[in-house]
Ligand binder design. Structure first.
Ligand SMILES: *Cc1c(COP(=O)(O)O)cnc(C)c1O
Length: 878
């Protein structure tokens, strides 16, 4: 029989145990081992059955056990200590408060920041993520909480989350979408003082309405607001808007993104009004999906009487956009007619001109599609500050979006980069944490993990080799046990009986070099590169003296049959009785598995097609547990790799090779590294049986990479380099400021066609081009209707290549020296110092400047000399 309706019956906790409920509902337990230990002791079996989820444990613990605990003095003392610790954590001053109290520049710190993301991976108990993007968002919130940064997270609550993966007998990915009941999740419904749920409303075409409720998850100090459209007020199709993460067609996705962006801002407003939380001064969008938030904020300002252009400036000033996509194919794009319909008559944002909205997402660069509305392009136009997620990805992004800033070289495209980090308290195994605490004390160890700072990490070098090796073995052994348990469950699901599964007890060996590879399965990540030469891989696995074992996991997107074929290929290889004790594929990669997998591996493998991995974070989590990286020089590894603590897989990118050939070469390089370098180092033991050189690499990994890969470092960079400047810009752009800037922009755009470099000459008397010589530069420019206050005239000089392109160019402002003449032309002058030998060149350009704008390229306007401008502009010497 099937029930027609389900309820969740909440436990009534005896009075002395009430604080357990608050502890369970603040997700800080997910990175606080002491609190987890407390819940485990409530009901050890229930804890295991609930997958380590306090809300579920409390829902299932027998009343008799609760009564017993309510009388257990020892337990009550631990409970009260845990409660006091959480109170302290929530109310004390942390890093951010120390910055803000400094006055000066620190006084610019925003009162609050709203952080929007389509997915959040906070804990396996709140499965609202598919992969790296979501887990990064979760780590961002947790680190913000540790640092005391006043962030509000904004996302959607998907009733089915992302899918759960299992395998068919022959290795084909199966997808399941278990229903998540919010009443069984660590979230609370946001209600009005009269107890009715707070409701967000969006108008849809055809007179339809989309309503959503708001669930709040507590991530330490940070509230995470999650919009849920599965409410009674909605029609059936609107109820399904938040059904799944990354499911459905294009209109479904558009509705999700409208709810996230527009509904998200409305949810933030409601939350702040109800709780008295400070209103965000900065809005940060993690990838382009939430980009509509900027339109809603324009609407708010228009409603208060601000013109569109001024509202746009005010919104841009306080918006930060992070891109995560290194390929144009990865960008979210909609049919512009679909967008027009949803922002047209009778639908959302009626007061905002639809054409202006469409213009924001138009691909105006060569090769752009005029029928498309591009979310990344809108993201960049609605944010004064944008960034990629590693140094290399920053460069790739500037190149990729350069078409939006015509006339500027890619290096000048205003997209910076902040390299991702990972939340160490979440990702460091308790055993590793304990070793750190023994070394420098628990409090300092916690600070080293959450805030960072390299000094504390240096003490790793004092840990005896034997202790490190014992820890590594312990973690490897735990992984072996975990793998066997998961593999057995997987084979049961694939239809095997227990009698067939005896071999699983011999799967993996706690003393064999263990390589891990787990990630989503888009083709660029090359799940099956290791299978390129199966015989060679088999020899590595079965080597009698220096064997290798490999643990693989990963989900393919449900619509990606190519990815599912890769999964099947790997599963079939690992099903082979010849090698199945040395290579396993574990289904249903997620945070719970990841937390065991990273620490238990000796080597973390990553072999994407360079440069398609924007950053990659799994290798960082592995590194924090003393696992060494073996990776293509892509994303973060390109930036921080050193031979002291890992290996770089040589790549054949940039040689115009076809993909097959490239895969062959790179796979060959991978096998060779494992054979010649990795395995020998692991198995090379000293008289005490310790691999000294390996242990030294583990130490270097922890000491050198540890402080860099922290989300604490990342969030501090966001605060200092993006949030604080954005808050400053936002404050400068009060209503009159924004109107002034908008009017100025219109004036500059209108006048720009008349702006030109008219003539350039070099002072002859300055003599030969020798190092250190200074040339006098004299430039005549036409400014049309503009004046010298509106522009900067610059000399740009540097190395030139064989086609006279400038590289590493420096720009120096020139000074107005006269004008205007009868034709309205101005003269500018300045020195040009020849500060390097070899091919050197310069040019001159005019940029608009305004005190309320950050970068020279912000408007995308520039005037450069033309062929006819004069002999002076060009190459000086060869
Ligand atoms: C960290 C993590 C990812 C992202 O790893 P990448 O190296 O960026 O591919 C994906 N899934 C889970 C479960 C993770 O913990």
């Amino acid at each position: 029989m099937k029930a027609i309706r389900r309820f969740t019956v909440r436990p009534v906790l005896p009075e002395p145990l009430r604080p357990l409920s608050d502890l369970a509902r603040n997700l800080r337990w997910s990175w606080h081992p002491e609190t987890r230990e407390l819940f485990r002791s409530v009901d050890p079996d229930g804890w295991r059955a609930a997958g380590g989820d306090p809300v579920r444990v409390l829902g299932s613990v027998p009343a008799g056990r609760l009564a017993e605990l309510a009388r257990d003095e020892q337990f009550l003392a631990r409970l009260s200590a845990a409660s006091a610790d959480l109170d302290d954590y929530l109310s004390g001053d942390r890093w951010y408060q120390q910055q803000s109290s400094g006055g000066g520049e620190a006084a610019e710190l925003p009162a609050a920041i709203a952080y929007f993301s389509p997915e959040f991976g906070v804990t396996a108990a709140l499965p609202q993520y598919s992969g790296g993007l979501g887990i990064l968002a979760g780590d961002h919130l947790k680190s913000a909480s540790d640092l005391g940064v006043p962030l509000i997270g904004v996302g959607l609550l998907y009733r089915h989350g992302y899918f759960r993966q299992s395998l068919s007998r022959d290795g084909w990915q199966q997808e399941h979408y278990p229903l998540l009941d919010p009443n069984e999740l660590p979230v609370t419904l946001l209600r009005q003082p009269d107890d009715t749920p707070v409701r967000v409303h969006l108008a849809l075409p055809g007179g339809r309405s989309l309503y959503a409720h708001i669930w709040v998850a507590r991530v330490g100090r940070v509230p995470l607001l999650m919009l849920d459209s599965d409410v009674e007020e909605n029609g059936p199709s609107e109820r399904d808007v938040t059904d799944r993460l990354y499911g459905g067609g294009s209109e479904h996705r558009l509705l999700q993104e409208m709810l996230l962006g527009i509904g998200g801002v409305r949810a933030v407003r409601a939350y702040c009004a109800l709780t008295g939380h400070a209103a965000p001064e900065v809005f940060h969008t993690n990838e382009g999906h939430a980009g509509f938030l900027g339109l809603e904020r324009i609407r708010e300002l228009q409603q208060d009487g601000t013109e569109f252009d001024a509202a746009l400036e005010a919104v841009r000033a306080g918006t930060v956009f992070t891109t995560h996509t290194p390929v144009p194919a990865g960008i979210d794009r909609f049919d512009r007619h679909l967008v027009a319909r949803h922002f047209g008559e009778g639908a959302e944002l009626p007061a905002v001109d639809t054409d202006r909205i469409l213009a924001l997402g138009r691909e105006t660069y060569p090769g752009g599609d005029p029928n498309v509305f591009n979310m990344a392009v809108m993201g960049l136009r609605l944010a004064q500050r944008a960034n990629g997620v590693s140094t290399l990805h920053g460069a790739v992004s500037r190149e990729m979006f350069a078409g939006l800033w015509p006339g500027f070289d890619p290096e000048e495209v205003p997209i910076t980069s902040i390299t991702n980090g990972v939340h160490a308290p979440t990702w460091v195994a308790p055993e590793v944490r304990a070793l750190g605490a023994r070394q420098i004390g628990a409090e300092r160890a916690e600070e080293a993990l959450s805030v960072g700072g390299s000094l504390r990490w240096d003490s790793v070098t004092d840990i005896p080799g034997a202790d490190i090796w014992e820890l590594r073995r312990d973690l490897r052994e735990q992984l072996v046990i975990e793998v066997r348990t998961r593999l057995r469950a997987s084979w049961r699901e694939r239809g095997a009986g227990s009698a067939e599964l005896g071999w699983i007890d011999g799967v993996l060996d706690p003393d064999v070099l263990t390589i891990g590879f787990a990630r989503r399965v888009p083709s660029y990540k090359r799940l099956t590169l290791m299978l390129r030469d199966r015989e060679r891989l088999t020899r590595l696995l079965l080597d009698p003296d220096r064997p290798v074992q490999i643990v693989v996991a990963g989900k393919a997107h449900p619509a990606d049959d190519g990815g599912k074929r890769l999964v099947r290929e790997l599963v079939r290889f690992s099903d082979d009785p010849r090698v199945r004790h040395r290579i396993v594929f574990l289904p249903d990669y997620g945070m719970g598995m990841a937390q065991k997998l990273y620490p238990g591996c000796d080597v973390w493998l990553n072999n994407p097609l360079r440069p398609l991995e924007a950053c990659g974070t799994s290798g960082m989590k592995a590194a924090l547990n003393g696992c060494l990286n073996l990776s293509v020089l892509d994303g973060w590894w390109d930036e921080w790799f050193q031979p002291d603590f890992g290996w770089a897989i040589p790549t054949a990118d940039g040689h115009g090779l076809d993909e097959d050939r490239r895969d062959d070469l790179e796979a060959g390089a991978l096998y060779e590294l494992i054979e010649q370098r990795v395995a020998p180092r692991f198995y090379d033991r000293d008289a005490d049986g310790l691999p000294e050189r390996w242990i030294e690499m583990v130490r270097s990994t922890l000491a050198d990479l540890g402080p860099k890969v922290l989300a604490g470092r990342m969030v501090r960079e966001y605060v200092e380099r993006l949030y604080a400047p954005a808050a400053h810009a936002h404050r400068a752009l009060d209503v009159p400021g924004a109107a002034e800037l908008a009017a100025w922009k219109t004036r500059v755009r209108t006048a720009w066609p008349q702006v030109a470099v008219d003539h350039v000459e070099v002072d002859e008397a300055s003599g030969v081009a020798e190092l250190g010589a200074t040339l006098g530069l004299r430039v005549r420019v036409a400014l049309g209707e503009l004046t010298p206050e509106d522009v900067e005239v610059q000399a740009v000089a540097g190395r030139v290549d064989t086609s006279d392109r400038l590289a590493d160019a420096q720009s120096v402002p020139l000074k107005p020296a006269g004008g205007p003449d009868q034709q309205g032309r101005w003269v500018y002058e300045g020195p040009l110092t020849l500060d390097r030998t070899g091919p050197f060149g310069y040019t001159v350009r005019i940029l608009p400047t305004h005190r309320l704008l950050p970068a020279g390229a912000d408007l995308g306007l520039v005037a450069l000399p033309t062929e006819a401008t004069g002999e002076g502009a060009g190459v000086l010497m060869r």
